[in-house]
Design a protein around this ligand. Structure first.
Ligand SMILES: Nc1ncnc2c1ncn2[C@@H]1O[C@H](COP(=O)(O)OP(=O)(O)OP(=O)(O)O)[C@@H](O)[C@H]1O
Ligand SMILES: [Zn+2]
Ligand SMILES: [Zn+2]
Length: 799
């Protein structure tokens, strides 16, 4: 038999497969989706088997050298997703496959074959390997006899053996010593009557009647290891190793919740979803529900329906919304059926969650973007919460969008995909209007609770009246009032576009990074300036580099500065600050939020990470310190982002019995993206924004491609960029617009000059082929040297 393999040769990446002979002893073992080691020229390299066929068209094929997985890591569906991603994001198949394999398996790992059952249950050929120990190294086993792979893979399927990947770091499969009763109990007379502890311990283990961890046993029984060892020697007890999962949520209690009785509005939106589940047909729904309208409860009950059908569910939430509160709602309803995947997990923890999915120990995955690749095989429903979030797009190769993968999987499994948001992306809403997606509106909050009242304060006017503080009079009064009443407030400071840069008051000089052309950020904690792109750090200057003046200060407000100001003007208020600095430590996020939930603070002050998902009954005031900081970023989506963010933050107020109020401070209060938050109406915003998009020829009226070219030499960048633009103009159709080349907004990062060009098109059949040709043309230079050409279809980031 012949395996067709996509090989990992970084220097000459290619999507073509190579044929390798499957050695007779691995016949029937090697399947698509497994990783193998094959000879390639003088070297041995890894690859993915994508197909097994009877014969090769090549005269001579070399044999596969080693198998890395005993069972496929990728299912047929995931292989198909890989091929599809390669085509649609212009990456190589290999990168797409690797994206779906847990990082732990991509590192060089030792593999062990571990005995799960009694040795004599194994086929006799395998028993010899487990005489001394209940585990043997994979390479050891292979050295002795390659044909063992077949027996091993059968034993694994029968649940007798298991392969452990010894992930280095703390992530390696964690095991603990356990004790159980031996099947054949010796006579009790073996234990002398005076050995009281031994008798007690034995009785205890008999009573428990299931394996018990040695450490727990010793603690419970207040006895020594010696007692246990003696009982093992005498043949009463048996010691063995059992795997324990690293539980990232260990120690957190999840109270079980029951389904709520849905409101009539919720009923209306859930019923088409349940129909789609019952009919086993794929549909993409856009659940457009205002903040606090009970979307999450709809998700929970739809998932429940899928689980009752014996199917599985994937729920994506943005990384920063993956708060304990969010996780709690899923864990509370579905308990141990839920796996959680996010970037805060260690490599080992991620691997454990992945294995729970593979082994079908869980049926629900709640996770950030990459959880869309969860290796489920019977998906009933896929939910993307806050579908407008740009973090669903991966900003590095492969540049995929989780929404596209979700819809691919929804079609594959014939199951519904639900995109949920209070502020859908313009693209999705436009698709819903064209009936490509099915719109499900939830226009009111649960039980007709009022949407919060929004007031926009003109900060220019405040300044004119002599208020130089960062709080307007109104906001200050209301904060004070809430503190006095014992109600809670949220203060939101948008960090994007509002950094704490250092500027000379005399000449206007701004300290910038010498490698990246962006302003350095002031870090109070160690009184230094730092570049957020390359990490370059320097001392805070005493005098201006440009004119020598001593009047060099940092500008802009960071959360630290707001905190200090609060302490000065509202000393009685207890403040919890949540930003990158205070949440760096693992678990800090959770701690701060639960402290706030317990009412240990009056004000929660923070950045983006507090804008979403919070549901605390005592929050009655939300203050936004600078609404327009994001409006001036050179990005055609900046108005959309501003509206979405304002609406999300506002949504934190008045979600329960107490009414909510929002104060938005702005220097451009008349801008429609801020103005329209007052009425919480999405539709007028959509209409207004669409006219702007139409006028500027931006998505969703056109599709866009961004090509970024970078190199340490500026002349090289310019030559290559011009070549690319000329080629595009020649190859693409007349109606297509090619813009550039121009220097990127960030013209230099890490000493590399950056240029870009942009393509806008409606219908361009030649597009992918043309872009592929550009990639191919420069591939040698890219592989050899310093040139980088990145192609981003449907870009979200314009830096
Ligand atoms: N049918 C119901 N009966 C009673 N309470 C409900 C019902 N559905 C939801 N709720 C409650 O209403 C509040 C808001 O619901 P939920 O958090 O699900 O809204 P959401 O639309 O997901 O909000 P957001 O998008 O703002 O995060 C929650 O406290 C929730 O427990
Ligand atoms: Zn830098
Ligand atoms: Zn100066």
């Amino acid at each position: 038999m012949i395996a067709k393999v996509i090989v990992d040769v970084p220097s000459s990446q290619t999507d073509r497969t190579f044929d390798y002979e499957i050695p007779a002893e691995w016949d029937g073992v090697i399947q698509p989706g497994m990783r193998v080691v094959v000879p390639f020229g003088p070297r041995q390299i890894q690859g993915f088997v994508v197909e097994v066929v009877a014969e090769s068209s090549h005269a001579k094929t070399k044999p596969i050298q080693d198998v890395l997985d005993v069972l496929p890591v990728l299912t047929d569906e995931l292989l198909a997703i890989g091929d599809w991603l390669a085509e649609h994001t212009l990456c190589f198949k290999l990168s797409a496959y690797q994206l779906m394999v847990p990082a732990a398996l991509r590192t060089k790992v030792k593999k062990e074959v571990v005995l799960l059952a009694k040795r004599d249950h194994l086929p006799s050929a395998l028993q010899v390997y487990f005489e001394q120990n209940d585990r043997i190294e994979w390479s050891e086993l292979m050295k002795q006899d390659k044909s063992k792979v077949k027996d091993v893979s059968q034993a694994i399927k029968a649940g007798l053996l298991e392969v452990h990947y010894q992930v280095e770091e703390k992530g390696k499969t964690k095991t603990e010593r356990y004790i159980r009763l031996n099947e054949n109990q010796p006579s009790l007379e073996e234990i002398p009557a005076r050995a009281v502890k031994q008798h007690e311990l034995l009785r205890y283990v008999q009573n428990v009647d299931k394996p018990i961890s040695v450490s727990v046993l010793l603690k419970d029984m207040q006895t020594t290891r010696q007692t246990v060892t003696t009982l093992i020697k005498k043949g009463f007890l048996e010691e063995f190793e059992q795997e324990v999962y690293r539980d990232p949520l260990a120690g957190i209690e999840f109270a079980r919740t029951e389904p709520l009785k849905l409101t009539e509005k919720q009923q209306n939106v859930i019923s088409p979803i349940l129909d789609s589940l019952d009919q086993k047909s794929h549909k993409t729904f856009l659940l457009h529900g205002v903040t606090g309208s009970g979307k999450t409860e709809v998700y929970l009950q739809a998932i429940d329906h899928a689980l009752k059908q014996g199917r599985e569910a994937i729920v994506l939430v943005p990384e920063i919304a993956l708060t304990p509160q969010m996780v709690q709602r899923f864990k509370g309803r579905f308990g141990s059926k839920v796996a959680v995947l996010h970037s805060g997990l260690s490599m080992g923890e991620k691997y454990d969650e992945w294995r729970k999915i593979k082994r079908k120990e869980v049926q629900v995955v709640v996770g950030a973007r990459s959880a869309i690749f969860a290796p489920f095989t019977n998906i009933g429903i896929i939910i993307i919460d806050e579908e407008h979030e740009t973090s669903y797009k991966q900003e590095e190769n492969p540049r995929y969008h989780a929404k596209d993968v979700a819809i691919f999987r929804g079609e594959f499994h014939q199951s519904p995909v639900i995109l949920g948001s209070a502020t859908p992306s313009l693209e999705s809403y436009a698709r819903a209007k064209k009936d490509v997606y099915h719109l499900l509106p939830l226009t009111e909050r649960v039980h007709n609770r009022a949407m919060p009242h929004v007031e926009v304060v003109d900060m220019r006017e405040e300044l004119r009246q002599g208020n130089r503080s960062m709080f307007s009079m109104t906001l200050f009064e209301k904060l004070k009032d809430r503190v006095e009443k014992g109600e809670q407030s949220v203060l939101f400071l948008n960090r994007r576009g509002y950094s704490t840069f250092v500027m000379c008051r005399d000449c206007g000089y701004v300290a910038t990074c010498e490698h990246c052309d962006i302003s350095l950020t002031y870090h109070r904690s160690h009184h230094a300036l730092k570049c957020h792109y390359c990490g370059h750090e320097e001392k805070m200057p005493e005098t201006c580099d440009s004119c020598g003046s001593e009047h060099i200060r940092f500008f802009g407000s960071g959360t630290q500065k707001v905190e200090e100001e609060l302490a000065r003007v509202l000393p009685q208020a207890r403040v919890i600050r949540m930003d990158i600095d205070t949440t760096r430590r693992k678990g800090a996020h959770e701690k701060l939020l639960s402290a706030f939930g317990r009412g240990e603070a009056d004000i929660l002050l923070g950045t983006q990470m507090i804008a979403k998902g919070l549901d605390f009954p005592k929050i009655t005031l939300v203050g936004v310190l600078a609404a327009d900081s994001m409006l001036h970023i050179p990005d055609f989506r900046s108005a959309e982002r501003t509206f979405q963010l304002m609406e999300q933050v506002s949504g934190r107020a008045g979600r329960h019995d107490l009414e909510g109020e929002v104060i938005i401070q702005s220097y451009t209060p008349d801008h429609y993206s801020i103005e329209l938050v007052k009425t919480h109406e999405y539709e007028p915003f959509f209409q207004m924004e669409m006219t702007h998009r139409k006028a500027g020829l931006y998505p969703p009226y056109v599709f866009m491609v961004l090509i970024n070219i970078s190199h340490p030499e500026i002349t090289k960048v310019i030559t290559v960029s011009e070549k690319i633009v000329a080629f595009l103009k020649r190859e693409l159709s007349e109606a297509t617009i090619v813009l550039g080349p121009v220097a990127s907004p960030l013209a230099r990062i890490k000493d590399r000059y950056r240029y870009q060009c942009m393509i806008k098109y409606r219908n361009e059949p030649e597009l992918r082929q043309t872009l592929r040709e550009i990639q191919q043309h420069f591939i040698r230079e890219i592989n050899q040297g310093q040139l980088q050409v990145s192609i981003d279809l449907h870009p979200y980031l314009f830096s």
